[in-house]
Design a protein around this ligand. Structure first.
Ligand SMILES: C[C@H](O)[C@@H](O)[C@@H](O)C(=O)CO
Ligand SMILES: [Mn+2]
Length: 593
């Protein structure tokens, strides 16, 4: 079976002769309602509903816990949600499987002490060194009330969503095409991190493999014709920054693919890279059996600069289309795919994809613009969400086209959607909001194109960065804020001061006295040159995911009440939640070590 599942464990007081019999129905109803809630609200990246299974029996003790475990062990269960309306026997019923992520929902009802079991079993998990999430509603529910209260719903869904994200990554590959780009530290793929924290395999593919496949024709030629027609129809060319420029001799003599052939080349590049990651049955029909298998990827990156781009067209089209929620074949799940092989930013994109099922924007964290500097160079004031200053997010090419915010929600506001919710009009509007500028030959001697758009919508957004810190290990930065729709003239002046042929997003963080009191300070604390940005204020979801992966969140602006981590983390301190996170992650260590 392909999807990681949530196993639901109805826990019950084992005493026959009245107690157990009186609870069976309510206990099973809780399991069924949790299953329904999860399956109705959560989806896998491929758009299918998340699958939950329920133990073949209610669990009153060790024997029934074993029966349940035996069944779950054959069902690709990544996480278990134990549910109970009553007192039960903690250590006799806990999920002792070291590889599953655990949560327990004890109903807040006074007829039977569900909360007492919850507290008791949390103690058991803490003593056994098995982090477990606790779910308990704020309000007392009547025995006849079979509903799941909104606060309990949120915790069940946040737990299940993050656990599914962990399961989706497990056993998948990160495909690293090329080597380190321009000395970017995040480009040096860290095998231990991917393996021990995410359960992922690292695959290395030399960039010449892309050349081999392009030159030997190892791609679907019919699809190429279709893709070429789609590009002609939908990918209009924009500003050619090179026009009229006297190009240096070294640039002129470095161009290997004539300009007239560069669109064909970059389209083939995109098809070949996709096939390297995911395989393509068509290649088997063509006799390229090994190539047809792909590498079981969930994410990847392409070095590009500079050994490729110094003579061949750049991979910006590939990187943009992989990260986008559609291509010439229609709507599709976005792929976390990094430019400049920044694997840590790719993982940041992947986390963002997995907690939202939406595409991610890959950006340089390019420039901090204070209100004063904006006033000085434009004579105009920043207003609205931008009033305290803005950060210029821009990188050659690697932003999902969803990032322009040209897709509209039911209120007509710019947004970024799950790929399956995009309308045909959204796709058209997203394509129309993007033009494709010829690569700046000073940077990209071999040519190519870059997607170019402006995020022209104010959208809630969350910036993400995964860093590796010697002495700590992997860490996560999570900052919620807004993309800003700034004054057109301000945008023009600021954008034209830098690389005006690339996709631009203006970001303003939500200021937070403790961590990011100013926009400047938020940028000054950012861990690297890149960041991944996804739609929505999803910092809480990322914090829950990070706690499952034992990755401390070292910089965030998420309020305390939205932080949901295993109850057992409380054993590592409760006042200073950041220190607690560090200590618990350090002790529990990576899931797959
Ligand atoms: C084209 C340039 O070399 C860019 O790739 C460079 O500014 C970066 O994006 C660095 O992260
Ligand atoms: Mn960059």
């Amino acid at each position: 079976m392909k999807h990681p599942r949530i196993g639901i464990r109805p826990i019950i007081d084992g005493r026959m002769g009245g107690v157990r019999e009186s609870l069976e129905e309510q206990c099973l109803n809780m399991a069924e309602s949790a299953k329904k809630l999860i399956e109705a609200n959560l989806r896998y990246p491929d758009g299918e509903a998340v699958e939950c299974i329920i133990s073949p029996c209610t669990i009153g003790g060790a024997k029934e816990a074993a029966i349940c475990e035996e069944y779950f062990a054959t069902q690709n269960v990544v996480a278990t949600l134990s549910v109970t309306p009553c007192w039960c026997y903690g250590t006799e019923t806990i999920d002792l499987n070291p590889n599953t992520i655990k949560a327990v929902w004890g109903i807040n009802g006074t007829e039977r002490p569900g909360a007492v079991y919850l507290a008791s079993v949390m103690a058991a998990y803490a003593q056994r060194g098995l982090p477990a999430f606790s779910i308990y509603g704020q309000e007392v529910q009547d025995k006849s009330d079979k509903s799941i209260t909104p606060d309990v719903q949120k915790k069940i869904l946040d737990f299940a969503r993050a656990a599914v994200a962990v399961g989706v990554m497990r056993d998948k590959s990160y495909v690293n095409i090329g080597a380190v780009a321009m000395g970017i530290a995040g480009s040096a793929v860290n095998v231990d991190f991917l393996q021990k924290y995410l359960g992922m395999r690292t695959e290395w593919v030399d960039m010449t493999e892309v050349l081999r496949r392009i030159n030997l024709g190892i791609y679907d030629h019919e699809e190429f014709v279709k893709a070429k027609a789609w590009v002609k129809e939908n990918c209009k060319e924009g500003l050619d920054i090179n026009k009229g420029k006297k190009l240096a001799d070294i640039v002129v003599k470095s161009r290997f693919v004539p300009e007239a052939e560069q669109w064909d080349f970059v389209i083939k590049h995109a098809m070949v890279v996709r096939d390297i990651l995911f395989g393509n049955p068509k290649l088997k029909e063509m006799g390229w059996i090994e190539e047809s298998l792909g590498r079981n990827a969930i994410a990847g990156g392409f070095q590009g600069q500079r050994m490729w781009t110094d003579w061949l067209p750049n991979a910006d089209f590939t990187e943009a289309i992989m990260a986008t929620s559609f291509d010439w074949n229609g709507k599709k799940a976005p792929t976390a795919f990094a430019t400049e092989n920044d694997t840590l930013n790719c993982i940041s994109m992947l986390f963002g994809n997995l907690v939202t099922n939406k595409a991610a924007i890959f950006s340089d964290v390019r420039t901090y613009w204070s209100p004063e500097s904006v006033k000085r160079v434009t004579g105009k004031e920043l207003t609205g969400a931008a009033k305290n200053g803005i950060i210029h997010l821009i990188n050659s090419g690697a932003s999902c086209l969803d990032g322009s915010g040209a897709a509209k929600n039911e209120k007509g506001e710019g947004c970024m959607k799950e790929w399956w919710n995009l309308t045909d009009k959204d796709v058209k509007d997203l394509l129309n909001a993007t033009d494709w500028c010829r690569a700046n030959y000073e940077y990209f001697r071999g040519g190519g194109y870059s997607s170019h758009f402006r995020t022209n919508a104010e959208m809630p957004a969350t910036m993400i960065r995964c860093n590796i810190i010697e002495g700590v290990g992997p860490t996560l930065q999570v900052i919620e804020g807004y993309t800003c729709k700034i004054d057109d003239e301000i945008h023009r002046i600021l954008d034209e001061r830098t690389d005006r042929t690339w996709p631009t997003t203006w970001f303003a963080p939500i200021l937070n006295e403790d961590t990011a009191p100013t926009v400047y300070e938020m940028m000054s604390k950012w861990g690297a040159n890149h960041g991944a940005t996804v739609y929505g204020h999803v910092g809480d979801r990322l914090i829950t995911l990070a706690s499952m992966l034992r990755i401390p969140v070292v910089f965030h602006n998420i309020s305390r009440d939205r932080i949901y981590r295993p109850h057992t983390f409380n054993g590592f301190g409760t006042k200073d939640l950041e220190g607690q996170d560090f200590r618990a992650c350090a002790y529990y260590g990576p899931m797959y070590r």
